[in-house]
Write a protein that binds this ligand. Structure first.
Ligand SMILES: O=C(O)C1=C[C@@H](OP(=O)(O)O)[C@@H](O)[C@H](O)C1
Ligand SMILES: C=C(OP(=O)(O)O)C(=O)O
Length: 422
């Protein structure tokens, strides 16, 4: 375990401008679609981080030529995907849920494994769906094996996607390459992170795939070619949230550059949440600016659609002067860590008042004190600790390096914003 990282305390309201790297979700979808096109593509503004590097390695393992130069990733023309191959999913949901539906198209065996915690993340739904669509898959969680036969019949499958939207996205991304295409129906409690499914559908359409999502909880992908696209990746708006939160927590003003005017990224919803908590937000050509209030208000909000924002919102809620209720996020128990348990444990350890409900968190105002904040190998837990540490003296994060999952430069970016130098 590395040395704990002393979270910088904001000596004054945080003022500054930050540029965040490319979106994890867009980068890893672009890479999958580029590989499935079989033709040369160039993706610019790509995220370079552990999750993106794992996706690049997975594609290479399946026989896709991939060249990486800074934030530009080029895929080359290639024949059919091929095993034998070993895919390391790390802790990346996008790798473990997006690559197996592609691996069933390969000729040969593809073995999947990942970090210890990845073996506990829900996977059975995707693997069961692939079997129902005609693939040979051994196992119901990591590690598992896909015996690729160069293709699958495809067709219709009904799944319960209430544990993760990635079950649907993963299947849809490869569905056009199945002989009969793919129809996915969801049956169960509401699907979380719908904007991420909308992102999948939008990117498939950009790649010329015919997708029908006109019926609720049903997605139909017609069989056909996936066109090569030169993707331009937007900044990662979820990774922008800690920087905007720094303004909200300290009564400062922070601008994140390159904020898209229209996007399917759920991070865009953070604007509304900041306003509910009393901050001001302004979207201009220069980016999104957040201005913090004198006193942060608690918030009662359903985060089902934007669950990945929860650690940031919970950190702000712990600094607010009235109670907050975060709802619709039971599925966070299956994320990088059980985020509901982790947030309650870490806030409570610093003197906070937080408790789990069946589908979320209740966080009440309480004076916080310094202490060690555990990240649980979860990039967003680590950044949540940094937010709390802005205003609570003596907070350190046990493993800030875990931000490398999606934002390897986070410690330097954070110090730079605070004027503390890297
Ligand atoms: O498709 C994607 O890129 C993602 C979907 C969401 O997953 P869940 O639906 O499992 O929450 C989100 O939390 C994750 O960070 C990224
Ligand atoms: C849930 C997340 O990641 P993953 O893609 O590993 O599911 C996240 O980044 O908040």
């Amino acid at each position: 375990m590395p040395q704990p990282w002393s979270a910088p305390l904001a000596a004054a309201p945080v003022q500054g401008t930050t540029t965040v790297p490319g979106s994890k979700s867009i980068t890893n979808r672009a890479l999958v679609l580029a590989a499935l096109s079989g033709r040369p593509t160039t993706t610019t503004g790509a995220l370079r981080s552990r999750d993106a590097d794992l996706m690049v390695a997975a594609l290479r393992a399946l026989g896709v030529p991939v060249e990486v130069e800074g934030t530009t990733i080029r895929t080359g023309a290639h024949g059919p995907l091929a095993g034998p191959a070993a895919v390391d999913c790390g802790l990346a949901g996008t790798v473990m849920r997006f690559v197996p539906p592609m691996a069933v198209l390969a000729e040969g065996r593809v073995d999947f494994d990942g970090d210890p915690r990845a073996r506990e993340r829900p996977m059975g739904t995707v693997l069961g769906a692939l079997r129902a669509l005609g693939a040979e898959v051994t196992g119901d969680a990591l590690p598992f094996t896909v015996e690729g036969r160069g293709g699958v019949p495809g067709g219709a499958v009904t799944i319960d996607a209430s544990a993760s939207s990635q079950f649907v996205s993963g299947l849809l991304l490869s569905g056009a390459a199945y002989e009969r295409g793919l129809t996915v129906r969801h049956d169960g409690a509401p699907v979380p992170s719908m904007p991420h499914i909308d992102m999948t559908v939008a990117m498939l359409r950009t790649a010329g795939v015919v997708v029908d999502d006109s019926e609720p909880d049903t997605w139909r992908v017609e069989p056909g070619p996936i066109a090569p696209v030169d993707w331009v990746v937007e900044p990662d708006l979820s990774n922008a949230t800690p920087f905007l939160a720094a303004a909200a927590a300290t009564g400062g003003e922070v601008t994140v550059t390159g904020w898209p005017a229209a996007t399917t990224q759920p991070g865009d919803h953070f604007r509304g949440i900041l306003e509910l908590m009393g901050a001001e937000v302004e979207l201009t050509a220069g980016g999104l600016t957040a201005r913090g209030p004198e006193r942060l208000r608690g918030v009662d909000v359903d985060l089902r659609e934007v669950g990945e924002l929860t650690p940031t919102v919970a950190a702000l809620a712990a600094l607010a002067d009235s109670p907050s209720r975060l709802r619709g996020i039971a599925h966070l128990r299956g994320h990088e860590t059980d985020r509901l348990a982790a947030l309650v444990a870490e806030l409570t350890a610093l003197g906070g008042r937080a408790e789990e409900t069946e589908d979320g968190l209740v966080i009440r105002p309480a004076p916080l004190r310094g202490g060690l904040w555990h990240a649980y190998a979860d990039h967003r837990m680590a950044t949540a600790g940094a937010i709390v540490g802005l205003v609570v003296p003596g907070v350190s994060v046990d493993d800030i390096g875990t931000t490398a999952k999606t934002m390897p430069d986070f410690p330097a970016m954070w110090s730079a914003l605070l004027g503390a130098g890297a």
